[in-house]
Design a protein around this ligand. Sequence first.
Ligand SMILES: Nc1ncnc2c1ncn2[C@@H]1O[C@H](COP(=O)(O)OP(=O)(O)O)[C@@H](O)[C@H]1O
Ligand SMILES: O=C(CO)[C@@H](O)[C@H](O)COP(=O)(O)O
Length: 476
Amino acid sequence: MMHQGVGRSGEPLVAGVDLSTQATKVVVCEARTGKVVRDGRAPHPEGTEVHPTAWWQAFTEASAGIVDDVVAIGVAGQQHGLVPLDERCEIVRPALLWNDTRSARAAEDLVAELGAQTWAAAVGTVPVASLTVTKLRWMAEHEPALADRVSSVLLPHDWLTGMLTSALDQPVTDRGDASGTGYWSPGDGSYRKDLLAHAFGRRSPRVPEVLGPGDPAGETRTGAVVSAGTGDNMGAALGLDLAPGDVVVSLGTSGTVFALSPTPTTDPSGTVAGFADASGRFLPLVCTLNAARVLTAAATMLGVDLAEFDRLACAAPPGAGGLVLLPYLDGERTPNLPDAAGTLSGLRRDTMTPENVARAAVEGMLCGLAAGLDALRDVGVTVRRVHLIGGAAQSKAVRTAAPIVFGLPVTVPAPAEYVAIGAARQAAWALAGTPEPPAWQREDEARLAEPKDTDRSAGERIRHEHRALRRAVHRT
Ligand SMILES: Nc1ncnc2c1ncn2[C@@H]1O[C@H](COP(=O)(O)OP(=O)(O)O)[C@@H](O)[C@H]1O
Ligand SMILES: O=C(CO)[C@@H](O)[C@H](O)COP(=O)(O)O
């Protein structure tokens, strides 16, 4: 498959993999500059439980013919997913993904048993259905015979990394992804196996060794260096080379809001997850379950494609003629409403147009992220401007509405797979063996209009209406 070598330009090449929710994406970059020279992608099956062999199939398809000459490779993956292996490293049951909400009651129980403050102080996060620790509790309660067979517990990126190095029996991970398990402490840099054993009700299963940010995990069969890998949001932060004051809003399957922090953060309310990053620092993050797919679902409901959806949403005024959408179409994680459904309110005969419905979908999705920006400020993050990334950042309607709803300058970095680029940069780092990652150039970014005063008041009104509806319907 892979063999050591250089690209046609004579530059050594490295590959980065984004094992995200809906697809596996692969980029091949020049190790020295970061220039992307090739890419590939392949879809994943629908659903919130996926057999990891489907990821291997997607990786094989996405990387076919483009990674033969890379000298290093790294994987950034969707966070939190539970990949349980038995003592022969066979998969015990299909992986439960971050957006699977069946462990909501388990999360409530774990919080009730130990207290939100204890969890936040111990591991930087308060359990919600997304976290690995709650999936282990669910499995222990609902599938005890399978739980008895579990010998080690991996995350999606750990598993793919282990497949690449042929070392699933000696699994490795990194600080960033480990910090999303609910049983690794970003503050102490160590596992809390007591919490893992408490949740699982059994002796703690084996957990991957946490490598340092630039450490190699091993080699592929053909001798390419494999880096430690990380979570997808940490990968994006590395790919974007974030500066202080920069906040990322990522609109993929999940909506995430995150920024770098030099110190760990804790939020006993559970809104901000106090993750570690992939560079040795920290990554406070807010995650919503409903982002890009709110737009695709609204477009399907309106019977239009995404281009027409965009045209409709852009044709409506800010505030969508009074229509307000709480877009909790898959339940919600932030606020923690795993069983919620969406609500569309404010319909009047003269305003219930396709244009206003489309605009309300865009604004409703963005309001969840605006609340995330406020929550980041509350834990001490400086928010000066927003970088908008992820699939839905390509939507003109989203680009138009985002500075208004956020009340901040917003830039859209040149369209690129930043998670995969971050994974490739980590691979180049492991290859170089330097204390810091290589300095990679970034393409120019499109700066969007800064919000005007009139925009600001429209944005405040939109956020106010969204909050008021949420309180009325969900009392949160
Ligand atoms: N122009 C667009 N408008 C709205 N949504 C879009 C657009 N382009 C892509 N998307 C959506 O973005 C999502 C994929 O984004 P991505 O960041 O790749 O997600 P993930 O990393 O979770 O797989 C899909 O749901 C897709 O429909
Ligand atoms: O759970 C989180 C973050 O805590 C999600 O951001 C997942 O990491 C999935 O990411 P995407 O597939 O939406 O990029």
